[in-house]
Ligand binder design. Structure first.
Ligand SMILES: [Zn+2]
Length: 451
């Protein structure tokens, strides 16, 4: 083989390596793959049983739970928006604690939806026993008499339908692949999202381009919510706003941070297993997320408490499968939903105390405004919480960036080798074949976004 042919082979090989590298750099796109573990639908709800179960609840407990069926996805599926309250009670909506819960924003995160059903199971069991003087009856009476809770039961039904039809348990977006948690009008189109329609963080063409995000604007315009909680899974963390790129650069803090930290701390320690990590999103996570629902609710809709709750995470997940990275195994599901249920109870209890004190102390209209704090100063009581979040962030950052650093080192070595060898017109490297398989490395190069 003459040196010219060897040189051409070398160039072709280098081009091939560069293409493979580029594909791996973009591997934050989670593509279809055969799952090591799939859910048992006799434990988990599938999309059909989600709809039928919710319908059954609404039909049976119409006195306390109403369905708002006008909110629908792009494909026309109901987002299962319900309202829980004692509609005949003397307290009007504004006197109650008004809360919005959002479940099922990301198709592959089954666990939050199951947790919602567990919450509803506890509530409805008590409603059955309301007049029998039982403990659960007292809890349910307390909930419906003091709270006005809106629940978006299935924020992203099209994505969930697609996931189940295709068997692609890595699917995060809507039916057309848009990440709803990048589609909100808060730092929209920042680098913590993607304009690439094949990327799992594809934000869509413009803010609120998707009908699925419309429900948030409509409800927030109509109701002055005290709290908004967006539920996810993939890790065990509770985030305070903000998660966007600008806030990360500016170390921006929400106005109501002192109360939000108190709430997050209470929720974190309510878990009977171990505390959740909690703190400001831009300090707790090593990536930024632009256009999220909880940033929008805090920064634009001025909701005093706006949190993203990551309810469950695999302790030591390895490999590339998705279902068991974001959700517990079927046989552990009931145990896990029971373990996170105290978060709801603690949250409701804290918010009721907060609202009662607030109503008694000052005019509601002047005190519910939440604005971005300019001085970035923190109540000293919470310096420790933020410090804790910072430390955690560094630890996460260290482990998450390690694998990508290896990829970059190998890439740099390959490129350097190619340049040197190219200049010398030699193909000695070809014979030695000292190429590390980037494909195998890619299996561990998974920085899955959960938020
Ligand atoms: Zn999520």
């Amino acid at each position: 083989m003459n040196s010219d042919i060897k040189y051409r082979i070398l160039i072709a090989w280098c081009t091939f390596v560069l293409i493979i590298f580029q594909q791996n750099v973009r591997s934050e796109k989670i593509t279809f793959q055969k799952e090591n573990y799939t859910p048992d639908y006799s434990f988990y709800h599938n999309v059909t049983s989600i709809v039928s179960h919710m319908t059954k609840i609404v039909n049976k407990y119409g006195k306390y739970i109403n369905l708002k069926d006008e909110f629908r996805s792009k494909a026309g599926h109901s987002q299962l928006v319900i309202r829980i309250s004692n509609f005949t009670s003397e307290k009007s909506g504004r006197d109650k604690v008004q809360i919005l819960f959002a479940f099922g924003e990301h198709a592959r995160e089954f666990f939050p939806v199951e947790s919602m059903f567990y919450f509803l199971k506890n509530l409805t069991r008590g409603l059955d026993e309301l007049h029998q003087g039982s403990l659960s009856g007292a809890y349910s009476a307390w909930v419906v008499n003091n709270f006005d809770i809106y629940i978006i039961g299935m924020t992203n039904p099209d994505g969930r339908y697609y996931l189940e039809e295709s068997g692609n348990y890595c699917w995060r977006g809507t039916g057309s692949g848009i990440d709803l948690n990048r589609n909100f009008d808060w730092n929209f189109a920042g680098p913590g999202s993607s304009k690439d329609s094949h990327d799992e963080e594809f934000r869509g063409p413009r803010p609120f381009s998707e009908p699925e995000t419309g429900v948030f604007i409509k409800l927030a315009a109509k109701i002055s919510f005290d709290a908004f909680l967006s539920f996810h899974s993939g890790i065990r963390q509770i985030y305070l706003p903000f998660a966007d790129t600008k806030s990360k650069q500016q170390n921006r803090l929400p106005e109501n941070i002192d109360h939000m930290l108190k709430l997050a701390r209470r929720m974190s320690h309510s878990s009977p297993s171990r505390p959740f990590q909690f703190g400001l999103a831009h300090r707790l996570i090593d990536y930024s997320a632009d256009g999220t629902s909880f940033d929008y609710m805090a920064g634009v809709a001025s909701v005093p408490f706006s949190l993203a709750v990551e309810m469950w995470g695999h302790e030591n997940h390895t490999g590339s499968s998705c279902f068991d990275e974001f959700n517990p195994r079927s046989e552990h599901l009931q145990e896990e939903v029971a373990l996170v249920h105290p978060l709801y109870v603690e949250m409701l209890s804290y918010l009721l105390t907060w609202k009662t004190r607030k109503s008694a102390a000052r005019n509601r209209a002047s005190s519910t405004l939440i604005r971005v704090r300019k001085d970035n100063s923190l109540n000293s009581e919470h310096q420790q919480d933020v410090l804790y979040a910072s430390q955690t962030s560094r630890e996460i950052s260290r482990s998450a960036s390690f694998e990508s650093q290896i990829i970059y080192v190998i890439f740099a070595l390959v490129v350097t080798g190619c340049v040197i060898l190219g200049v010398r017109h030699t193909c000695q490297l070809m014979r030695k074949k000292r190429i590390v398989s980037l494909k195998s490395l890619s299996l561990t190069f998974s920085l899955c976004k959960h938020l």
